[in-house]
Design a protein around this ligand. Sequence first.
Ligand code: ATP
Length: 309
Amino acid sequence: MGSVTVRAPAKINLQLAVGGRRPDGYHELATVFHAVSLYDDVTATEAATLQVTVGGDREIPFDGVPRDDSNLAARAAIALAEHAGLEPEVHLHIHKGIPLAGGMAGGSADAAAALVACDALWGTGLSRAELHTLATTLGSDVPFALMGGTAVGLGRGELLTPALARGRFEWVLALSDEGLSTAEVYAECDRLRGRRVLPEPRVSDALMAAVRAGDAHALGPALRNDLQPAACSLRPGLRQILDIGDEYGALGSVVSGSGPTVALLARGTEHALDLAVALGASGACQSVKRASGPATAARAVEGSAARRV
Ligand code: ATP
């Protein structure tokens, strides 16, 4: 039986500037995506029909992941099969290492991984550009999971430009067991803003300079998320996590995407360990993970290439 496993990274947003709501209902964004070393693995195996099974790391509650065609990985397989004129005859097993509804685009990572895995399994041989186009139809964050690294996203986040980035950044991620709905966080953001006239969202020059230089001390104060007030309004406990970051010397702390994951930027690996211990002991979050970035894009795990019998 042929089988391919593809590993795709989680993302955090170093900056998420949110403009007004567009006529199509989406908000205009200017964001800086940053892939971090927290991964989901999707294994695609030949099967008679489309089937989804899910497992995961001990700390990641994954019961809420859909097992039907609404799963983003299943939707990716269906989209690729339609594009190639095939039937989506595949068993997708998803191993979650990315928290659910955590603002880290785990579902999008699974969609990107499923595209790459099924493309290899079925030998459809799509170009990067074709995969990107399919990814765009699946969700705003899916193209970035195919690209990895650090990238600027405009539009809904799908218009991507890779960013020049040097060095590695060490992150501590404060995870919550209960996710936040992206739609609810945007609605809360609109409510808090009221009728304010919004400037066009743009990425910060200071942040991009810090990324280019690999300068964590400059990056920390430049981290910014326009959805943070809304996420904190819906989940007031997040403020405590941000305060702990300040107290224990994080270079900066920011809610990731629509939350509730909070990313704290450490001074280095040892400081990351100290921060993780302080956060764990505080009881302010359910679990803590360390990760570094930028991480690489969705790609096949070595030795898992499709073998046909
Ligand atoms: P984003 O940062 O892109 O807004 P998120 O990280 O907050 O996303 P996800 O974990 O991607 O949230 O999933 C949000 C919802 O999407 C889940 O609650 C679940 O119902 C649904 N979903 C569909 N497919 C998947 C998948 N493969 N993994 C996780 N959730 C999925």
